[in-house]
Design a protein around this ligand. Structure first.
Ligand SMILES: O=C(O)CCC(=O)C(=O)O
Length: 388
C-alpha cells in the first residue's frame, strides 16, 4: 500500500482495495472472517515471500485503520494493546502463515510485536473444569504419568499447607485427558494453525499457579525466551498459547513482554542471581536491553495470548493473597525438525533437562537425549505427525 497524492492506493487494484478497506471498517472487521475482506489476490500479497516496503506499508495500514471509523469492540477483539516496535528495514511476512483467520492488523501486529492477544477465547466452563482437575491433582486424587508437580522455592522450604497452595506449577499434563482438552480446543487450534501450519504437535504443557509472594520475590518469572528450552526448529513455526484462568493484572503478576524482541536471536540464559532464590528451571536471559519498551499484558479470564518462542517475556511478583492461574501449551509444526544443541547456548538446559528426565523415568545416565525428552512428550493434535 502506498499513500499517493493524499489518497490511499495499493500497488494493485487501488480502487478496489480502498473500497474494501472502507467496507471492512464499516463492518467492524467481521467481514474479514467471512472471507470477503481479504481477496485471493490480497492473500497472495500477504503470503509473498518478499515484501519490499512491508515495514512502511504495515505502519501505514495501521495508521489508515486507526483513522477509519471502526467500532471500539472490533478493535479490542482483534488486536493487541501493545505499541508496535517499528523496524525501519524492509522485511518479509515470515511469522504468520497465509490462513483466512487473521485480519491484516492481527498479522501485522504479530509480525511486528511477536504476540497476539485474543479476548475471551476460552469459556468459563472449560476454565472451571481445568481448575477442578488441578485441585484433584494437588489432592493426589489422580496420578498422571509423566506429570511434574512443582513447588515454589520459598514455599517448599516453609511449613506451608500441603494442598494446592504448595503447588506452583503442573508441567507435562499431556497424559491427563481433562487438562489436555485445553491443547485440543478448536478455538485455540485455529489460531495456532496460523503460526504452525496444519500439522500441529502439542509439545509442552503447563498450568501455572503463581503463589502469593512469600516475601522473597520468588513468585517472579525471570525474563526469558522459551526457545532456550526447545531443541526443535524452525522457531517461527513454534507458538505458545497462554490463557488467563482469572483476571490477571500487574498486582498478581501478569506476563510482561518486550514487543519486537522475537526478531532477535536466541540469547544466553542461566539462573538469575536473585537473593531469595529462584525456582528450578527458571532460567533468565543474560543480556537484553533494559531500555527496551515493556508491555504488561493485563488479561481477563479466558483471554489468550499467542506468542513467538523468541519473544522475551517473564512475569511479575504476585503481590496479592490469591493464587494466579494460567494454562498454556507450546505448539510446534509437526514438520519441524530436531537440532543438536552441542556448542550452543542451550547446552546448559540440555544437561539439566536430561538429568531431570533420568530422575523422572528412573533411567541410567546418558540413556536419554534432549531430543528424546521432547519426542516423548509431544502429542499430535491436528494433521499428520511428519518429522517430530
Ligand atoms: O505464567 C507465568 O507466570 C510465566 C510463564 C512462563 O513464561 C513460562 O513458564 O515460560
Amino acid at each position: 500500500m502506498i499513500l499517493h497524492g493524499g489518497g490511499l492506493v495499493w500497488g494493485f487494484e487501488p480502487g478496489r482495495r480502498q473500497r474494501s478497506l472502507r467496507r471492512h471498517a464499516a463492518a467492524g472487521g467481521r467481514e474479514r472472517r467471512a472471507g470477503g475482506f481479504v481477496s485471493r489476490r490480497q492473500r497472495h500479497y500477504f503470503s509473498s515471500p518478499v515484501l519490499p516496503r512491508m515495514s512502511r506499508a504495515a505502519d501505514r495500514l495501521k495508521l489508515v485503520l486507526s483513522h477509519l471509523d471502526r467500532s471500539s469492540a472490533a478493535v479490542k477483539a482483534s488486536s493487541t494493546s501493545a505499541p508496535a516496535v517499528s523496524d525501519p528495514r524492509p522485511h518479509t511476512l515470515r511469522y504468520t502463515l497465509d490462513t483466512p483467520l487473521l485480519t491484516p492488523e492481527q498479522r501485522i501486529s504479530y509480525e511486528d510485536d511477536g504476540y497476539l492477544l485474543i479476548k475471551n477465547l476460552v469459556s468459563e466452563e472449560d476454565i472451571e473444569r481445568f481448575k477442578s482437575e488441578f485441585e484433584r491433582v494437588c489432592k493426589k486424587q489422580v496420578q498422571i504419568p509423566g506429570m511434574v508437580v512443582m513447588r515454589d522455592v520459598a514455599i517448599s522450604k516453609s511449613e506451608f499447607v500441603a494442598d494446592q497452595k504448595a503447588v506452583s506449577k503442573l508441567q507435562d499434563f499431556q497424559e491427563d485427558p481433562e487438562l489436555f482438552r485445553y491443547c485440543e480446543l478448536p478455538q485455540i487450534l485455529k489460531y495456532v494453525e496460523c503460526f504452525t501450519g496444519p500439522n500441529i504437535m502439542a509439545m509442552h504443557t503447563m498450568l501455572i499457579n503463581k503463589p502469593p509472594d512469600a516475601g522473597k520475590k520468588t513468585s517472579r518469572h525471570p525474563m526469558h525466551q522459551d526457545l532456550h528450552y526447545f531443541p526443535f526448529r524452525p522457531a517461527d513455526r513454534v507458538v505458545c498459547a497462554w490463557t488467563a484462568m482469572e483476571k490477571i493484572c500487574r498486582q498478581n503478576g501478569c506476563l510482561v513482554v518486550l514487543p519486537g524482541s522475537h526478531k532477535g536471536t536466541l540469547l544466553e540464559h542461566d539462573y538469575p542471581e536473585w537473593e531469595g532464590g529462584v525456582n528450578k528451571m527458571y532460567h533468565g536471559v543474560r543480556n537484553y536491553d533494559p531500555q527496551h519498551p515493556r508491555v504488561h499484558l493485563e488479561m481477563e479470564k479466558g483471554d489468550t495470548v499467542f506468542f513467538h518462542p523468541l519473544l522475551i517475556h517473564g512475569s511479575g511478583m504476585n503481590k496479592t493473597k490469591g493464587f494466579r492461574k494460567a494454562i498454556s501449551c507450546h505448539y510446534a509444526s509437526a514438520n519441524c525438525y530436531y537440532i543438536d544443541v552441542k556448542g550452543t547456548t542451550q547446552e546448559n538446559i540440555e544437561k539439566e533437562v536430561k538429568e531431570l528426565a533420568e530422575k523422572k523415568y528412573g533411567i541410567a545416565e546418558n540413556t536419554i537425549t534432549f531430543e528424546d525428552s521432547w519426542a516423548l512428550r509431544g502429542r499430535l493434535v491436528r494433521g499428520e505427525r511428519v518429522s517430530m
